[in-house]
Design a protein. Structure first.
Lengths: 236, 314
C-alpha cells in the first residue's frame, strides 16, 4: 500500500496512514505533520489525535470545505520534516518497585524467569518512547520493552488500578495517570501526579517524548509525596 | 443564593454542553450532550446561547427546587414534567419562582431529558467546556454526576414570554430506527457478504448502552484479524470487536483504540441513537461520501434554525 495516504474516517474526519509499523523516526514525522496541521488548520481544526502509525484530523467543515481540508492536509504531509522543529522532552519518573504493595512484581519476575532485581534493572535500563496517548486521559503508551520483560496481559483485568501504578504488558509499559480499570502487570508506584486538569496541557507527556524510570526507596517515594497504595491481588 | 437545589438526582444526571474540543490528543474525550438536538432546543427556549450548559437526565427521576426566579425548559424523551405537582408542558419555557418544585418522571419513550435554565448552568469551565465525563472525573461539578443537595447557579429569566417548539421539530420515537452510515476506515477489509450482512440485519440495542458507547446484538460481522495499531477515534465510529457485534462510539468514547471500524454514524444518527433504549431495533443505511456530507450539512443547518413559537405575555 502507498504511504502516506489520507483516508476518510468520518463525515468530518480524515486519517493519515504513514507506515505499516511504528518507529521512533515515524513518530517524529507524525508529530511534525500534527504541528503543521495545528498551525495551518487553525480554528477549523476541531481535534487531532496522533498514534502509532496514524494521525486523525477532525475538521469543522463550516470553516473549511472537505475538498480544501484534504488539499491542506496533503500539503502539511508533503512539507519536509526538516522545516518543523519537534521538541521531544525526556521525563524521569521515580518508581518504588515494591512487592509489598504490588503483588504482580514477584509473579512477573517469575514468569520472565529473572530475579526481581534483574527485572528492575531491565525496566530502568532505557528511555522509553511515547508512541500514543489514550485509553484514559494522559495514559501514555511507552515502548519498547526489552524482550525479556514481555508478558501477555492479565487474563482478568483489575477493576481498579490506582493512579501512579507503573505497569507492563507485551512490548509496552505505562503509568496509570488516574484510578482506572486495567489488565497490565503492576510493578511499582510512581509518586508524581501525572494528570492535572488545572494545568495546560493536562498531561506532561506528548507523543514523541521519552520516559526514563528510576528506582527509588520507600523513604524517597514518601518524600516525593507518594502515597503507599496496596494494589489488590488478582491471582486466580 | 444559587437558584437551583437538587432534591433527587435520578438515575444519572450530569451537566453537559456541546463538548470539549482540542484535547483529544491528550487522551481526553469530547463528551457533551448525547442528543445535541434536544439540548439545543432546551437552550433556545430559555433564550440561551447554544454553548450554554444544560442538565442531561438519563431516563428521568430528577427533582429540584427553585430558590429564585428563573426560566426553564425541558426537552428530550417523552416523559412527564410536573411543576409543584401539576403537569406542565415539555418543549416550552416556564418562568418559575422561589419555592417552586420541578419533577421529571421517567421516559416512556426515549432515554434522555434535557433541562435548560436561563443563562445556562454557571460553573467554571474545565478545558474550555462545562461537560462532565463521570468515568474520568472530568468537568461539570467536581467531575461527577449531580447528587442530592447540589446547588447550581444560573441567571434570572431574560423575559416572560412563553416559547414553544412544535411537535414536528421534536425527535420522533420508534422501536425501529434507521441510521445513516458513512462506510469508511477498515470497511475495505470486509467481504461483500459481510457488508451485505451488516446492512440487512436488524440489530438490537444491548443492555450495554451508555455515554461511552452502544453495543448492538444481531448477525455477527467478524472482521479479519487486521493487527491494527491503535488509532484515533471519532464519535459515531462503528467498531467491530472480535465477537463481531457492532459497538457504536458515543460522546464519552475512548480517544484511541485498536478494533477495526467499518464506518461512522452521522451526527443526526448519534442524536437519534442517544434516545434509544435496550431492545430498540437498529438498521443501517449506507451513504456515499457526498450524500453523507449533504445529510450532515442539512442537519447542522436545521440545528441552527430551530423555529421557536412565541406567545407574548403581559
Amino acid at each position: 500500500m502507498k504511504y502516506p495516504r489520507i483516508e476518510i474516517a468520518g463525515v468530518n474526519a480524515m486519517m493519515v496512514y504513514f507506515a505499516d509499523h511504528p518507529s521512533e523516526a515515524l513518530t517524529q514525522r507524525i508529530m511534525a505533520v500534527a504541528q503543521l496541521v495545528q498551525l495551518q488548520f487553525s480554528d477549523a481544526l476541531i481535534n487531532f489525535a496522533p498514534s502509532y502509525v496514524t494521525l486523525l484530523v477532525i475538521v469543522d467543515h463550516e470553516k473549511l470545505s472537505p475538498h480544501d481540508a484534504k488539499k491542506l492536509l496533503a500539503q502539511c504531509i508533503d512539507t519536509s520534516i526538516e522545516e518543523v522543529q519537534i521538541q521531544s522532552k525526556t521525563h524521569t519518573l521515580p518508581v518504588l518497585y515494591t512487592k509489598d504493595y504490588c503483588p504482580d512484581l514477584s509473579r512477573a519476575a517469575q514468569q520472565c524467569g529473572i530475579s526481581i532485581e534483574t527485572l528492575i534493572q531491565q525496566h530502568t535500563s532505557r528511555a522509553y518512547h511515547v508512541y500514543a496517548l489514550g485509553f484514559a486521559p494522559g495514559f501514555a503508551y511507552l515502548g519498547e520493552l526489552d524482550e525479556c520483560l514481555r508478558l501477555p496481559r492479565l487474563e482478568t483485568p483489575r477493576k481498579k488500578v490506582p493512579a501512579g501504578a507503573v505497569a507492563i504488558a507485551e512490548s509496552q509499559t505505562a503509568v496509570y495517570p488516574m484510578d482506572s480499570p486495567g489488565g497490565w502487570h503492576i510493578l511499582g508506584l510512581c509518586p508524581l501526579p501525572l494528570f492535572n486538569l488545572n494545568s495546560t496541557p493536562s498531561t506532561p507527556f506528548s507523543v514523541g517524548d521519552y520516559v526514563q524510570f528510576e528506582a527509588v526507596s520507600e523513604a524517597q517515594f514518601l518524600q516525593l509525596g507518594g502515597e503507599l497504595t496496596l494494589v489488590e491481588d488478582c491471582s486466580s | 443564593m444559587s437558584p437551583i437545589t437538587i432534591l433527587k438526582p435520578g438515575v444519572l444526571s450530569t451537566i453537559q454542553d456541546e463538548g470539549r474540543l482540542g484535547v483529544l490528543h491528550e487522551g481526553i474525550t469530547e463528551s457533551g450532550s448525547m442528543d445535541r438536538w434536544s439540548a439545543r432546543c432546551a437552550n433556545e427556549l430559555c433564550l440561551n446561547s447554544h454553548l450554554d450548559a444544560v442538565i442531561e437526565v438519563t431516563l428521568g427521576g430528577l427533582e429540584c427546587r427553585v430558590e429564585s426566579s428563573i426560566a426553564i425548559a425541558v426537552t428530550g424523551g417523552f416523559a412527564t414534567l410536573q411543576i409543584n405537582g401539576e403537569f406542565a408542558e415539555m418543549w416550552r419555557s416556564h418562568v418559575l419562582h422561589e419555592g417552586d418544585i420541578i419533577q421529571l418522571g421517567f421516559c416512556q419513550h426515549g432515554a434522555r431529558l434535557y433541562l435548560a435554565v436561563s443563562g445556562g448552568i454557571q460553573i467554571s469551565p474545565i478545558l474550555n467546556s462545562r461537560s462532565t465525563t463521570p468515568n474520568w472525573g472530568i468537568g461539570g461539578l467536581s467531575g461527577r454526576a449531580l447528587a442530592i443537595g447540589d446547588t447550581l447557579a444560573c441567571s434570572p429569566p431574560h423575559d416572560y414570554n412563553v416559547r414553544r417548539i412544535s411537535v414536528r421539530h421534536r425527535p420522533g420515537f420508534s422501536n425501529e430506527v434507521n441510521l445513516p452510515v458513512l462506510p469508511c476506515s477498515q470497511y475495505d477489509y470486509l467481504t461483500e457478504e459481510q457488508r451485505s450482512t451488516f446492512f440487512t440485519t436488524l440489530y438490537k440495542v444491548d443492555e450495554r448502552c451508555d455515554r461511552m458507547g452502544y453495543r448492538l446484538i444481531g448477525e455477527s460481522v467478524q472482521p479479519p484479524s487486521a493487527n491494527l495499531y491503535s488509532e484515533g477515534l471519532v464519535c459515531g465510529a462503528i467498531q467491530l470487536p472480535p465477537d463481531g457485534q457492532p459497538f457504536i462510539l458515543m460522546r464519552d468514547h475512548q480517544s484511541i483504540g485498536g478494533y477495526p471500524k467499518m464506518g461512522s454514524v452521522l451526527e443526526s444518527g448519534i442524536d437519534q441513537l442517544s434516545q434509544c433504549v435496550t431492545g430498540t431495533r437498529i438498521q443501517f443505511s449506507p451513504q456515499t461520501h457526498s450524500q453523507a456530507l449533504q445529510i450532515n450539512n442539512d442537519y447542522l443547518h436545521r440545528l441552527e434554525n430551530i423555529p421557536i413559537l412565541i406567545d407574548a405575555q403581559n
